[in-house]
Design a protein around this ligand. Structure first.
Ligand code: NAP
Length: 248
């Protein structure tokens, strides 16, 4: 029988953190050895070999840096990891070559499929826009999933030789056309009653294709969290995206 993995959760009182605590508690091959909230000293992470980090974009880099320095593998669901932050983390990991950090902008398997399908469809459509919807307590916009989808779609368009999405808008003083990420329009809705939803809308002459994913409950993220916890120790260095663990 393989050894049980001791796991800590940082941000354990939050919406995602408490769902992760429950999922780890329920898993027969994992031991929950530490729960950490805002202001709790992380120390040796309660003896964990893997920490699950689910806090805020402001807090996450310091928490992850602490885990890496302590030699603890880290599964990160917190969004807001800019290229600069990723670079700093990679530089730190050079000095800790045995430590693995897996940053997953989205743990839901369906969301990963949505991104993969959108990437495949991108070269066939002149128009594409992304509409993400989340609960109104989310502090950052757009979602990490929307930003990553936009980057993947933009890269697929570029390698197919597609230029800018067609758009004759000349005046938009209120930003009604949304944000642009790598040239792809992204719209963020914040609505009470929703959890995490995304639509990738494609258009070509005379037709439309919409790829949509809905997370109705945070339990949808937990199989991905647990798969990452089990795998991260065997993946030294930085991995961005849970899709690297799955054969999509
Ligand atoms: P949340 O309910 O606001 O929970 C965040 C928790 O982190 C709170 O309990 C907060 O405590 C705690 N916290 C803040 N700073 C901390 C620190 N320095 N050390 C330890 N704990 C700290 O947010 P959530 O909905 O759970 O989301 C958490 C993160 O996961 C967000 O970035 C969200 O976008 C992301 N997310 C990712 C996925 C995915 O699939 N990757 C899915 C959903 C959400 P206080 O309230 O006391 O400050």
């Amino acid at each position: 029988m393989s050894e049980r993995i001791p796991v800590a959760v940082i941000g354990s009182s939050g919406r995602m953190g408490s769902a992760a605590v429950q999922a780890i508690d329920d898993a027969t091959d994992l031991d929950l050895v530490g729960r950490f909230g805002h202001g709790d000293p992380l120390g040796d992470l309660g003896g964990a070999s893997v920490a699950v980090e689910l806090t805020t974009p402001d807090a996450s880099p310091d928490n992850v840096a602490h885990c890496v320095a302590a030699g603890v593998h880290c599964v990160v669901g917190t969004t807001g990891w800019s290229p600069q932050r990723l670079q700093a983390l990679e530089a730190q990991l050079v000095d800790h070559p045995r430590v693995g950090v897996l940053i997953a902008p989205n743990f839901a398997i369906g969301a990963l499929l949505m991104m993969a399908f959108a990437q495949r469809a991108a070269r066939f459509y002149e128009s594409v826009e992304i509409i993400e919807t989340h609960h109104p307590d989310k502090v950052d916009a757009p979602s990490g999933t929307a930003a990553r989808t936009a980057s993947l779609v933009a890269a697929a368009r570029a390698s197919a030789g597609l230029v800018d999405v067609p758009d004759a808008t000349r005046t938009d003083p209120h930003g009604a056309r949304g944000a642009r990420i790598d040239g792809i329009p992204v719209h963020a809705l914040r609505m009470r009653g929703r959890v995490a939803h995304q639509e990738v809308a494609f258009g070509a002459a005379g037709e439309a294709l919409t790829i949509r994913h809905d997370s109705f409950d945070r339990v949808s993220f937990m199989p991905g969290v647990l798969a990452a916890v089990r795998a991260v120790g065997d993946r030294p260095g930085l991995t961005v995206g849970l899709e690297h663990l799955l054969d999509l």
